[in-house]
Design a protein around this ligand. Structure first.
Ligand code: AKG
Ligand code: FE2
Length: 372
C-alpha cells in the first residue's frame, strides 16, 4: 500500500514530475467511501485508511466521487428541483437579485454573463447562475482591523421562491460540515495532524456556492444547428473531442481556485468532463448517492505541486433537457496565508509557489469572472 507517510518523502524526491504525469493518465475517477470521516465515533485507523485513498486520488487524478457522505437525498435532491423551478421564473424576476459590483459580486448572473478567459480573449459560458459566499458585514470586518474587500457583504438569496431559499440554506450548512470533514481526511492523507486545516487556515472557510443552470447548448448562439439541434462540433466535444478555446461551451475549461469542490448534479445527464495528462476528456457521469469532488489551487501551493488542480469543462449536448449543478466550494479563511509546507520542499531548493493570501487570490479571480 502507498501509505500516507510516504507522501512527504516522494514529494521531496527527484523525478516527481515525471512520475506524476505518468500517474495522471486516469481513464475513470475513483469512488471513495468517506463513511469513517463522517461517523461520530470511527477509529483513527479507519479515518487514516480513507485519508490514504484520498491521497492517491488527489495526487493521481485531482477528482474523485464520495459515497456514504451522510447527506440525505431530501437535501441534495430537493435543492436541484427547487433550483430548476427558480430558473424557470421570468428573467425580470430573476434580475431582481442581479449580480453587480454594488452587490459584492453576489447574486444572479444571466446567461452568458460568466466568462472563461484564455490567452487573447474570452468566451461567454452558456449558463446562468446564482453566486453565494460566506456572509460578513463590512462594518464587522473593519471592526476586526481587516481591510474591506469588494467581495465582502451579504448574499442576495433567491427569496422569490421561499421554499428554495430555505432548502438552499440547509444544503449549504450540510455541505460546509461535510467538506470540513473531507479536508480532515485529506490532512491525514498528507500525514498532517487531522485538524491541520482547522483554525487559522480553513476553520472559518470563505465558502462559495454556485447554483448553475445549463440550458442545452443547442439554444446557445454558436451551437444552434440548422435543424434546431446541436452542431457537430458541440456533439463531438460532448464525446470528448478537443475543441478550440474560442468555441462556446456550457462552461469552458478551467481549474478551481480554492481547496475542495463538491458537485451536486442533475442525475442521468453526463456533462462534466475532466482532462487527463494525455489531454483526453474523461466523463464525470453522475453516480446516484455520490458527489463529484475535486481539489483547487490551494492544495497545489500547500503540497508544493504534489497535488495539482485538474482541468475540467461542462458540455450539455442534450437536445432539449436542462442540467442543474450546485457546486459547493470549501475554501480557506479569507485572511489565511497559504504557503508550501516545508516537508514538501526539497532541502536547498526554492519552493515552487510564493505564499498567497487566500482573499487576494479569490478577488483576482472573481473580479475577472464576468462581462456584466
Ligand atoms: O457544473 C459542473 O459540473 C461543474 C461546474 C464547475 O466546474 C465550476 O463551477 O467550477
Ligand atoms: Fe470548476
Amino acid at each position: 500500500m502507498f501509505g500516507p507517510l510516504r507522501a512527504g518523502r516522494l514529494a521531496a524526491g527527484r523525478g516527481t514530475v515525471g512520475l506524476q504525469l505518468l500517474s495522471r493518465l486516469f481513464s475513470s475517477l475513483p469512488i471513495i467511501d468517506v463513511g469513517p470521516l463522517v461517523a461520530e465515533n470511527s477509529d483513527l485507523a479507519e479515518r487514516q485508511a480513507v485519508g490514504a485513498q484520498l491521497h492517491i486520488a488527489c495526487r493521481d487524478v485531482g477528482f474523485f466521487y464520495i459515497k456514504n457522505h451522510g447527506i440525505p437525498e431530501s437535501t441534495y435532491g430537493k435543492v436541484l428541483t427547487e433550483a430548476q423551478r427558480w430558473f424557470n421564473l421570468p428573467e425580470n424576476i430573476k434580475e431582481q437579485i442581479k449580480i453587480t459590483p454594488q452587490s459584492h459580486y453576489r447574486g444572479y448572473q444571466r446567461l452568458g454573463a460568466n466568462v472563461t478567459r484564455y490567452e487573447g480573449g474570452f468566451q461567454r459560458d452558456w449558463h446562468e447562475g446564482i453566486d453565494l459566499y460566506k456572509e460578513e458585514d463590512i462594518g464587522d470586518v473593519e471592526a476586526q482591523g481587516r481591510p474591506a474587500s469588494p467581495i465582502h457583504g451579504r448574499n442576495q438569496w433567491p427569496h422569490q421562491l421561499p421554499s428554495f431559499e430555505a432548502i438552499l440554506r440547509t444544503y449549504i450548512e450540510s455541505m460546509l460540515t461535510l467538506s470540513a470533514k473531507i479536508a480532515r481526511g485529506i490532512a491525514l492523507g498528507l500525514d498532517l495532524k487531522e485538524d491541520y486545516f482547522d483554525g487559522q487556515l480553513a476553520g472559518d472557510s470563505y465558502w462559495v456556492t454556485r447554483v448553475i443552470h445549463y440550458p442545452p447548448l443547442s439554444e446557445g448562439t454558436q451551437h444552434r444547428g440548422e435543424d434546431g439541434g446541436i452542431t457537430a462540433e458541440a456533439s463531438d466535444a460532448a464525446q470528448g473531442a478537443v475543441v478550440d478555446r474560442s468555441v462556446q461551451l456550457s462552461c469552458g475549461e478551467h481549474t478551481d481556485y480554492g481547496m475542495l469542490t463538491m458537485v451536486n448534479q442533475t442525475p442521468d445527464m453526463t456533462a462534466l468532463q475532466v482532462r487527463n495528462a494525455q489531454g483526453e476528456w474523461v466523463p464525470a457521469a453522475p453516480i446516484p448517492g455520490t458527489f463529484v469532488c475535486n481539489i483547487g489551487d490551494m492544495y497545489k501551493v500547500w503540497t508544493n505541486g504534489l497535488y495539482q488542480p485538474t482541468v475540467h469543462r461542462v458540455i450539455n449536448s442534450h437536445p432539449s433537457a436542462s442540467r442543474i449543478s450546485i457546486p459547493f466550494f470549501f475554501e480557506p479563511n479569507f485572511e489565511a496565508t497559504v504557503r508550501p509546507l516545508p516537508q514538501f520542499c526539497p532541502p536547498g531548493e526554492q519552493p515552487k509557489h510564493a505564499p498567497v493570501r487566500y482573499g487576494t487570490h479569490l478577488e483576482s479571480k472573481v473580479l475577472n469572472n464576468f462581462e456584466l
